[in-house]
Design a protein around this ligand. Sequence first.
Ligand SMILES: Cc1cc2nc3c(=O)[nH]c(=O)nc-3n(C[C@H](O)[C@H](O)[C@H](O)COP(=O)(O)O)c2cc1C
Length: 183
Amino acid sequence: MTATVAPPDAVAMREAMGRFATGVTVVTTVDADGRPAGCTISAFCSLSLDPPLVLVCVGRGRRMHALLAAAPGFAVNVLAAHQRDVATAFARTPHDRFAGLATRPGRAGARLLDGAVAHIECDRETVLDGGDHAIVVGLVRAVTTFPGEPLLYARGAFLDLPGPAWDRAAAGAPHEWLLSAPW
Ligand SMILES: Cc1cc2nc3c(=O)[nH]c(=O)nc-3n(C[C@H](O)[C@H](O)[C@H](O)COP(=O)(O)O)c2cc1C
C-alpha cells in the first residue's frame, strides 16, 4: 500500500476530503424579488437536535452565498439516487435551474423539489465565518421524508450502488443502536 503525504494545499485537500462520502442536496431560497434560487451543496450537516439545527457551507463567491445571507430562510432538498441530473443542473446551468422540474413552494417561498428523499425547511439562524466559505446555520421548522435511496457522492463522482448491494449494506448496519445514538 502506497501512502501519499502532502501539505494541505487545494489539491491535497480535495484528495483527502473527497474520500469522505456525502449525500447531495439542492439548497433553495428566494431572492429579494421573491424569485426562486438554488444550488447543489454536499457540505450539509446535521448540527443539533435540541434545538433542531443544520448547517450548509457555501462558497463566498457563489451567488447563493449572498442570497442565503439575506433571505429569512432556506430549504434543503436531499436528492434521491435517480437525481444526478438535478445535482448537475443546479451546479452548472447558469440560467433557470428549475426549468422542467416539478416543485412546490415551501416556507417563505423556497422551492421543494419533487423526487427528493427529504425536505428540510429552515429559518436562517446565523451565518458564521468559514474561510473562503460561509457556514449558514438553519433552525429547522419542518421536515418531510419520502421513500427512496439517497444520491451519494465521493471523490468527485456520484456513487452507483446497485440495489442489492445497498440492501445488504443497510441490512448489515446496527440500526437500532445507530438510530438511538446521540449524533
Ligand atoms: C456534487 C456537488 C456538490 C457541491 N457542493 C458544494 C458545496 O457544498 N458548497 C458550495 O459552495 N458549492 C458546492 N458545489 C458547487 C455549486 O453547486 C456551484 O458552484 C453552483 O454553480 C453555485 O451556484 P450559485 O453561484 O448560483 O450560487 C457543489 C457542486 C456539486 C456538483
